[in-house]
Design a protein around this ligand. Structure first.
Ligand code: NAD
Ligand code: DAU
Length: 355
């Protein structure tokens, strides 16, 4: 079959990537969606079990740092669009082992950019797009009464993770400005929802509440994050990929700021109710632990450009999203158990042994 577009999604076996792949495969049977993923600890093909047998879906296990392999894949599938999500994504891991973040997030992005340029430049850039998925963490940290991040907020990353993402954003812009590669970047706030690896706050705490394990709140729990349901992010990515303007940046956020401790209390309420436990019975699990090094106080993102120019807005109220997320984790125990066994168990125990 001749597909009207051939899109390479990197990191499609991860949390956000799997939602993007599912959306594109289902919504665009006329496109071929090629999921390229190394399947690190964070990548899991079970996340895509419901679409893997679709004729317009293909999977390639590959490292984004492996230029010859990426070039072969781009040529074989005649790729005309890249949606780049593959990354090391967890801030705490970046504090423990920054090198793999530099390798994957910086060198991996540079490799992809160079391969896209090598393959596309001789064909002409018409109809091609390299879309890079980034984070609001590149903008640094806000005080309680500061205005939200906009697309023109200067970069000020603090963690090795956000510094590596900032660096990759700069490389993407450099490839546009220097070589004319058609690029777009979007920077999103904290995602939550099904299939998120349970090292991140919401799935970790749902699992710990279920298992009556301590809930390690960093510092005083006063840090603020803006939360967006992952399917709303996937919809924004679809929209930006199709209608965004080349060389532009789009901020994506939920306009939904929560102090960590307030979010944890709200989460406990929902999990206890869904488990049939008396209200508040898991509050005793809250344990204040040593703060994350360089912990950014507050993220808040202004996504009015995306709303104004492309008509996107979040579809789900946070309360609904939280209910759906808790329900999914409690009903998908097998998935949780499979991803939290072995290597992750050892990482988790080590991580909290010194806190
Ligand atoms: P994730 O950790 O769940 O998934 C990352 C995926 O990348 C995994 O499937 C992993 O196997 C793959 N991968 C890692 N190294 C690779 C390599 N060298 N080659 C090929 N594949 C590799 O991450 P996520 O939370 O889904 O985040 C996806 C992207 O979105 C990242 O770029 C992240 O920076 C960005 N982002 C995440 C959030 C969030 O809240 N999770 C918010 C804004 C932006
Ligand atoms: O803002 C977007 C970013 O959101 C993405 O770029 C990252 O990939 C994603 O991991 C996320 O980063 P955070 O560091 O904000 O997410 P995390 O879930 O790790 O932590 C959320 C907040 O909760 C943060 O203030 C730290 C705190 N926290 C986290 C964990 C895992 C705790 O208090 N205890 C914990 O055990």
């Amino acid at each position: 079959m001749k597909y009207s577009r051939n899109i390479l999604v990197t990191g499609g076996a991860g949390f956000i990537g799997s939602h993007v792949v599912r959306l594109l495969v289902q919504k665009y049977p006329q496109y071929r969606i090629v999921n390229l993923d190394l399947l690190t600890y964070a990548g899991n093909l079970a996340n895509l079990a419901d679409v893997e047998s679709r004729p317009n879906y293909a999977f390639e296990r590959a490292d984004i740092c492996d230029a010859p392999r990426i070039e072969e894949i781009m040529r074989r599938y005649e790729i005309d669009g890249v949606i780049h999500l593959a990354a090391e994504s967890h801030v705490d891991r970046s504090i423990k082992d920054p090198f793999v973040f530099a390798q994957t997030n910086i060198m991996g992005t540079l490799t992809l950019l160079q391969v896209a340029r090598t393959v596309w430049e001789p064909q002409g850039y018409e109809g091609k797009l390299f879309y890079h998925i980034s984070t609001d963490e590149v903008y640094g940290s806000l005080e309680a009464d500061d205005a939200q991040f906009t697309e023109s907020t200067p970069y000020a990353p603090h963690s090795p993770y956000s510094a590596s993402k900032a660096s990759s954003d700069h490389l993407v812009r450099a490839y546009h400005d220097t070589y004319g590669l058609p690029t777009i970047i979007s920077n999103c706030s904290n995602n939550y929802g099904p299939y998120q690896f349970p090292e991140k706050l919401i799935p970790l705490f749902i699992n710990n509440i279920r298992n009556r394990k301590p809930l390690p709140v960093y510092g005083k729990g006063e840090n603020v994050r803006d939360w967006l349901f992952v399917e709303d992010h996937a919809r924004a990515i679809d929209l930006i990929f199709h209608s965004g303007r080349v060389a532009e940046t789009y901020n994506i956020g939920g306009c939904n700021e929560w102090r960590n401790i307030d979010l944890v209390k709200a989460l406990i309420k929902v999990v206890d109710r869904q488990l049939g436990r008396p209200e508040g019975s898991s509050l005793d699990l809250v344990t204040y632990v040593t703060d994350r090094a360089g912990h950014d106080l507050r993220y808040a993102i202004d996504s009015s450009k995306l709303q104004r120019e492309l008509g996107w807005s979040p579809s789900l109220q946070f309360e609904q999203g939280l209910e759906r997320t808790v329900e999914w984790y409690l009903n998908n125990q097998e998935w949780l158990d499979s991803v939290t066994s072995g290597e992750y168990q050892r990482y988790y125990e080590e991580m909290y042994s010194d806190r």
